[in-house]
Design a protein around this ligand. Structure first.
Ligand SMILES: Cc1cc2nc3c(=O)[nH]c(=O)nc-3n(C[C@H](O)[C@H](O)[C@H](O)COP(=O)(O)O)c2cc1C
Length: 197
């Protein structure tokens, strides 16, 4: 099939685009609001964008609580999303009032961060403590939805020692949960290694 995004006339019940950029990593973003109430939500338009400095980014469709908190407080945590936490991760995507603590909503435990004030998800297998860098507004179609790319610098990294084997992080053993298209989550099925030519 072929379609152009200007008309989006793919003829399918749902836009197929997101199913093609898959699997996407999930940044499970925790932050604090102005009153110190924790917020937690998954973002799959998310990635590590550079190293030294390590910059991460996620895109928010309209200014949601995470973006607002981060712009206000200047910090956030990316918690590692793993398969065992799928239902809790999904629960934290619920559209709830800004003052609802999604840690409590999903039955998760807040763990103190080392450098920043925003809490980590104790149950997550790794965490990135991040300092807000800037927000880049993405081109929009005048359809009322403005997407923004929120960028942060990684200040500190926590890794559950059980997943460090012979000096390497065993990512496969950490069972990263990924986002596919539609309502689908992905589970990694294996790994292949090649030396760079
Ligand atoms: C797996 C998953 C990935 C998501 N990724 C995004 C995303 O990249 N951008 C976005 O705006 N919303 C995304 N959402 C929806 C948000 O999680 C949802 O709107 C949430 O309520 C936002 O919470 P907040 O207002 O506390 O930030 C995703 C939802 C799920 C379940």
């Amino acid at each position: 099939m072929y379609f152009e995004t200007a008309s989006n006339d793919h003829g399918l019940p749902h836009d197929p685009l997101k199913a093609l950029i898959a699997p996407r990593p999930i940044g499970w973003i925790s932050s604090l609001d102005a009153n110190g109430i924790p917020n937690l939500a998954p973002y799959s338009f998310f990635n590590l964008l550079s190293t030294n400095p390590a910059i991460v980014g996620f895109s928010s469709a309209t200014q949601k609580d995470s973006q607002r908190n981060i712009e206000l407080t200047g910090e956030f945590v990316c918690n590692f999303a793993s398969v065992d936490l799928i239902d809790k991760i999904n629960t934290t995507s619920k559209h709830v009032a800004a003052n609802v603590n999604e840690f409590e909503l999903a039955g998760l435990t807040e763990a103190k961060s080392h450098i920043i004030k925003a809490p980590r998800v104790l149950e997550a297998r790794a965490h990135l403590e991040c300092e807000y860098v800037k927000t880049v507004e993405l081109p929009n179609d005048d359809n009322g939805i403005v997407w923004s790319l929120v960028l942060g610098k990684v200040l500190a990294v926590h890794i559950d020692d059980r997943f460090i084997k012979e000096g390497l992080v065993d990512t496969l053993a950490m069972e990263p949960l990924t986002r596919m298209g539609y309502m689908d989550y992905g589970v990694l099925g294996g790994m292949e290694t090649r030396e760079r030519p």
